[in-house]
Design a binder for this molecule. Structure first.
Ligand code: ZN
Length: 77
C-alpha cells in the first residue's frame, strides 16, 4: 500500500471545513487563507479561513474599512 507523508490538515476556524493536503499542493495557498483582525485594544488575531469564509470576511472587513475611513475624516473641517 502506498504511503504518503508530510500531510497537513487544514481546518477553517469559522465553518470548520477541512482538508488534508500534502506540502507543496497548490491548494494550500489557493484554498486556505490566513486572515487577521485587530481588536479595539490593538491586539492582532489570526484565523485560518477557507475560500468561502475568506470571501465573507472580505465583505465584513470592507464595511469596517469604510467605518474607519469615515471616523478618521470626521474630525477634520
Ligand atoms: Zn470556512
Amino acid at each position: 500500500m502506498a504511503k504518503t507523508t508530510n500531510i497537513t490538515k487544514y481546518t477553517c476556524d469559522r465553518c470548520h471545513g477541512s482538508a488534508y493536503l500534502t506540502d507543496g499542493d497548490p491548494r494550500t495557498s489557493s484554498d486556505w487563507h490566513q486572515i487577521t483582525h485587530t481588536t479595539a485594544d490593538g491586539v492582532t488575531q489570526e484565523a485560518l479561513a477557507c475560500t468561502s469564509c475568506q470571501q465573507e470576511f472580505k465583505k465584513f472587513a470592507a464595511t469596517q474599512d469604510a467605518v474607519w475611513a469615515a471616523w478618521l475624516t470626521e474630525g477634520k473641517d
